[in-house]
Design a protein around this ligand. Structure first.
Ligand SMILES: [Zn+2]
Length: 373
């Protein structure tokens, strides 16, 4: 049986940035798991660029006619890496640390899950391993699993770098484009036109007020404890002597869990309607590009308490997005958990300490034994 760091070296050697097919990673997982013990179900699809992708469901003892007790979830794609970072897919060990893309996010955890799966003995209650595609570009694989409802575990651990602390809440992610339309005219004759940039300024002022209003609605589990808004980009006008005919902005928001999923969309639409009411010449449109909800798990949940006990740490929350909301919607008590630190992931010296891999594997083995017997 390969040690966990060798499994990780193999996984890092298979490039799986989201733009590429993840099927070679799925093939490796299928080859590693014993098909006499694991029931392996590939769920293929093509992404919007026509690239073949797969989710993989591996279940053990699912024929026992019992609900799946525990699902360990892990995505198989990584963020891109700079061309001159040679260890990215040719991993190197230095000073008891393993360097390579995905060492933390999240092939490190994937190697730990595979190693823990190889150590399962006896006939535990049904357990599932869920390997997803396209997490880094909007949790597309997990969204497909939710739509297909092909699994409903009682407990779910979503792998992300949390420094082995159970994470019981995460903010959501929203993104939308605002377009303000005006009428172009020669700047010497402004009365013949209608400035999209002046109208955008009115809109921006109202968005700033909305941000202030959202700050009042606190959820102290998060830092900062409210939904944040950011008008991140603005592009408008074509020349200094033309009344601008169009202004486009990107608005991003990170909603606290519990907020109505369409809250920001409704508020922005209302602002645009108010401005139109005040000036019939105002013309603005808002298009939501992404609206991923956050998640919050009861801090007294059975899985939360068990992980707190075996890890010796208290539960916490994170500000980054994960696949957890989708598995929560499938009805599972869901916790995000894994080796590594997100501040070291997504960097070009991404690495994991070998000792962390061993520790995380032991915790997973213990978790499986305690929950599934
Ligand atoms: Zn990740």
């Amino acid at each position: 049986m390969k040690p966990v760091h060798e499994l990780l070296i193999d996984l890092i050697r298979i490039p799986s940035v989201s733009a590429l097919s993840n099927v070679p990673v799925i093939d490796y997982i299928v080859e590693t798991l014993d098909s006499k013990i694991w029931n392996l179900c590939r769920l293929p699809y093509c992404d919007t660029a026509g690239i073949p992708k797969q989710n993989l469901l591996a279940t053990m003892n699912s024929e026992l006619d019992l609900p799946i007790e525990l699902a360990l979830v892990c995505h198989t794609d990584t963020v891109p890496y700079p061309e001159d970072w040679k260890e990215a897919v040719s991993p190197a060990i230095d000073d008891a640390k393993l360097f390579g893309r995905g060492a933390y996010d999240v092939k490190g955890a994937l190697a730990c899950i595979l190693r823990a799966a190889l150590e399962i003995r006896g006939k535990p209650r049904p357990i599932a391993l869920v390997f997803t595609a396209d997490e880094e570009i909007g949790c597309i694989g997990a969204k497909r699993l939710l739509a297909e409802k092909c699994i409903s575990p009682r407990f779910c651990v979503v792998s992300e770098p949390t420094q082995l602390r159970p994470v019981i809440g995460g903010k959501g992610y929203g993104l939308g484009e605002v377009v303000i339309h005006g009428t172009e005219a020669h700047s010497a004759l402004p009365n013949l036109g209608h400035s999209a940039i002046y109208d955008a300024a009115l809109f921006i002022d109202r968005v700033k007020s909305l941000a202030g209003q959202l700050e009042e609605e606190e959820n102290q589990a998060f830092a900062p404890p409210f939904t944040t808004l950011n008008l991140g980009t603005i592009h408008g006008g074509t020349a200094k002597n033309i009344i601008p005919g169009e202004c486009r902005m990107l608005l991003e928001w990170r909603p606290i869990p519990g907020e109505a999923p369409d809250r920001v969309e409704r508020e922005v639409t209302r602002i645009l309607a108010d401005l139109k009411c005040a000036d019939p010449g105002f013309a603005g449109a808002f298009r939501v590009l992404r609206n991923d909800r956050g998640f919050a798990t009861d801090s007294n949940g059975e899985l939360v308490k068990l992980l707190e006990r075996i890890c010796g740490t208290s539960a916490t929350t994170v500000s980054f997005g994960t696949e957890a909301p989708y598995f929560k919607q499938l009805g599972a008590e869901t916790v995000v958990f894994g080796p590594g630190d997100m501040t070291v992931a997504h960097r070009s010296d991404e690495h994991v300490a070998l000792i962390e891999l061993g520790g995380a594997t032991e915790l997973l083995v213990r978790l499986i034994r305690e929950l599934c017997g």
